[in-house]
Design a protein around this ligand. Structure first.
Ligand SMILES: *Cc1c(COP(=O)(O)O)cnc(C)c1O
Length: 413
């Protein structure tokens, strides 16, 4: 597979090894059990989560019980998307119109979108070279904004020092809601990501760790937050049929006060998620094996830096990030284009134009503009690729070879 590298007049070398043949957006097929469950459910016609017979617990309610148990949390609410889960978590927490809400500058667009949807104003915090929230800048932003809640995005699965973070939030009396779209199955210091705050939100969109096309899961241990989130999700007055329900008195006042903002999960999605949840931990190990193969093959390259990870962090690396410093926009674009010629699809976070799933804080023009020079410098050199489980470790070796080759040529042509 090793390509002959020939010199050309410019000093740039050509890669003559074969192009990569895998597909970066191709997930595995669903487990046979998921398909069987879906077919059996469709034969009943009872797809709505509250369409139950007798004492039957719906697939959605079963999923809520199983995910709460996986997370060792008291409550889980299944809903329509990860973004929706974050929006209702914020509203159920009591975020008010116009209120500042802290979040990472480096995250995916549904995160500021959820804050906006809750009527609040995102206050962005710088990111470090380890791709986690900058705790010094967080403290600065807490004081400057007076915010009382942080929606922490564990973006691309990079987990900040949770002990230091929790200490800082406690000092300033700031509540934590975790966005665990990329940390389902991960933990910090032996404690599950998603168990550190008042609530945590997960996504079951196709590119996350369990796949129902779309979907979201909210977990919390707080009775009144759960009651409000359940009502917001569109439970009508059938909330007693949910999988994990607080005592009736938690709903007493709330049921007159909280609007129904329909965003429920349906039984079909829950039916295909339940067998995947059983495979989650096993799949997390498979992702990490791919990640470590790629990491090993790229580490030590003179231009490439793979973000360091803390020993306390037990991550789930369903994607891979690396940094190349001092790149001009032209060089970054050429590097992405060169890798693409060998079918290696890199996302570049430095682009000022939103493209595909990737966008930068400067293109979220519905929020107050922020000046974030540290984040901008990190993003200018930040590349990202997905590691779907349809890839093998040999594939990762091949991808690394292509990336290394084109990284060698930066600045040469
Ligand atoms: C995918 C994602 C979400 C949630 O996305 P939905 O498409 O709404 O399920 C939230 N945060 C991050 C960082 C994500 O990547």
């Amino acid at each position: 597979m090793t390509g002959e590298k020939q010199n050309t007049g410019t000093g740039e070398k050509h890669y003559t090894g074969g192009a990569f043949r895998g597909n970066f957006t191709q997930q595995e097929p669903l487990p046979e059990q998921a398909i069987a469950n879906a077919v059996a459910l469709m034969r009943t016609g009872r797809l709505h989560r509250y369409n139950t017979v007798g004492e039957e617990l719906s697939e959605t309610s079963e999923l809520e019980r199983e995910f709460a148990s996986y997370m060792q949390s008291r409550f889980c609410l299944a809903c329509a998307s990860g973004g929706y889960a974050m929006h209702i978590a914020l509203t159920a927490f009591g975020v008010k119109a116009g209120e500042p809400v802290l979040t990472n500058a480096f995250t995916l667009s549904p995160v500021p979108g959820a804050i906006h949807n809750a009527g609040a104003a995102p206050v962005l915090v710088e990111t470090t070279r380890q791709l986690v929230i900058d705790l010094d800048h967080l403290e600065h932003q807490i004081v400057a904004s007076g915010a009382r809640v942080l929606l922490l995005s564990h973006m691309r699965g990079h987990i900040v020092d949770m002990d230091a973070l929790c200490q800082l939030l406690e000092t300033h009396q700031v509540a934590l809601i975790e966005d665990c779209a990329h940390t389902m199955g991960a933990s910090w210091g032996g404690r599950k990501s998603g168990s550190f705050g008042v609530a945590a939100c997960f996504s079951t969109q196709t590119y996350k760790h369990i796949n129902s096309g779309e979907g979201g899961l909210l977990v919390t241990n707080d009775d009144s937050l759960m009651a409000r989130a359940t009502l917001l999700s569109g439970s009508y007055m059938l909330y007693q049929r949910n999988g994990t329900v607080p005592d009736a008195d938690a709903f007493e006042q709330a049921k007159y006060q909280i609007p129904n903002c329909s965003g429920r999960m349906d039984n079909l999605r829950a039916a295909i998620l339940r067998p995947q949840l059983e495979l989650l931990d096993q799949n997390c190990s498979r992702w990490n094996e791919l990640y470590r193969t790629l990491e090993q093959a790229l580490q030590g390259h003179k231009n490439i830096e793979v973000p360091e990870r803390d020993e306390q962090e037990s991550y789930v690396a369903s994607s891979f990030q690396f940094l190349i410093d001092n790149l001009s926009t032209e060089q970054a674009r050429k590097f992405v284009g060169d890798c693409k010629t060998h079918n290696v699809e890199l996302k570049w976070f430095g682009s000022t134009e939103p493209e595909g799933f990737t966008s930068k804080h400067t293109s979220w023009k519905y929020i107050e503009p922020h000046s974030l020079s540290q984040t901008d410098t990190v993003l200018q050199g930040l590349f990202d690729l997905r590691l779907p489980l349809t890839f093998t470790t040999e594939d990762c070796g091949h991808i690394a070879e292509i990336i290394r080759h084109h990284a060698n040529n930066i600045g040469k042509a």
